[in-house]
Design a binder for this molecule. Structure first.
Ligand SMILES: [Zn+2]
Length: 76
């Protein structure tokens, strides 16, 4: 009934499902094209991945919005 056999894998850094094997013959190494992650760890829990993805987006915001985005203190 369910598709338990097919386990989704997520990037441990950004929560992306785009993670894939770095080398087809060496599936202990993974690569994520979205954030550049490379390593042996993947996440198989969708809930955890979701949280990671949210955190990742938050951090992205911080990086991009660095500086003067919301500086209203000097506004008249
Ligand atoms: Zn990633």
């Amino acid at each position: 009934m369910s598709t338990d056999k097919f386990t989704k894998r997520f990037c441990p850094r950004c929560g992306s499902t785009n993670i894939r094997w770095l080398l087809p013959q060496d599936w202990s190494k993974w690569e994520c094209p979205d954030c550049g992650y490379m390593g042996p760890f993947v996440i198989e829990d969708g809930k955890i991945a979701e949280q990671i993805h949210k955190e990742y987006l938050k951090n992205q915001d911080k990086i991009h919005g660095e500086g003067n985005a919301h500086d209203s203190s000097n506004n008249r």
